[in-house]
Design a protein around this ligand. Structure first.
Ligand code: SF4
Ligand code: SF4
Length: 178
């Protein structure tokens, strides 16, 4: 449930500019919320995040777990009757949250995002084993998912050695322009 608080009048415009997403087209039909595989882990369903932005409730939106729990799978946007790019919107909100320095609702997920980016920067693609190892080291929690990790290794779902894309310079350029 959204509890109305005093809104920030510029917030909606700022998020529209940062994300490039016209969320004012939203019909609030809830198709996105009904299809999202992670909605149970979110404090606000995706359509409610849009409502928070429209109401200018910056703190509620930027401190929500939703923006960090979203994995950008596009299930919502592919079903949206207005083709609203919700993953891009979540990305814009994450940027804004980091920029404004608000308390991050899911700091562990932020660390995970950083490790994913580190491998993309290094190899031009992700390397799951390295991401998991580095993330686990950071958390000082090496053993809790060991069973799953070993199963994945056994089923060859994890590459031991990272592979690098051919045109690594193109990736370096992207990171340089960030
Ligand atoms: S599916 Fe699209 S139109 Fe419907 S609530 Fe979600 S974002 Fe809004
Ligand atoms: S992109 Fe995010 S909000 Fe949309 S369905 Fe996937 S996890 Fe849910």
């Amino acid at each position: 449930m959204i509890i109305l608080q005093e809104g920030h009048p510029d917030f909606a415009g700022e998020i529209q500019e940062t994300s490039g997403v016209d969320f004012n087209l939203c019909l609030h039909c809830k198709t996105c919320a009904n299809g999202c595989p992670f909605v149970e882990a979110m404090d606000y369903a995706p359509n409610k995040i849009i409502r928070l932005i429209q109401l200018g409730m910056a703190d509620e939106a930027l401190k929500s777990s939703t923006i960090w729990v979203c994995v950008g799978c596009n299930t919502c946007s592919s079903g949206c009757p207005m083709a609203i790019d919700i993953p891009m919107l979540m990305d814009g909100l994450r940027h804004k949250a980091l920029e404004t320095g608000v308390e991050i609702a899911e700091p562990d997920i932020l660390n995970f995002h950083q490790e994913v980016l580190n491998t993309v920067r290094k190899y031009g693609r992700t390397h799951k084993l390295e991401i998991m190892m580095r993330y686990k080291f950071k958390k000082m929690d090496l053993l809790s998912d060991m069973g799953v990790g070993l199963k994945m290794l056994k089923k060859r779902k994890l590459d031991l050695i990272a592979s690098r894309i051919q045109d690594k310079k193109a990736i370096d350029k992207i990171f340089k322009n960030k």
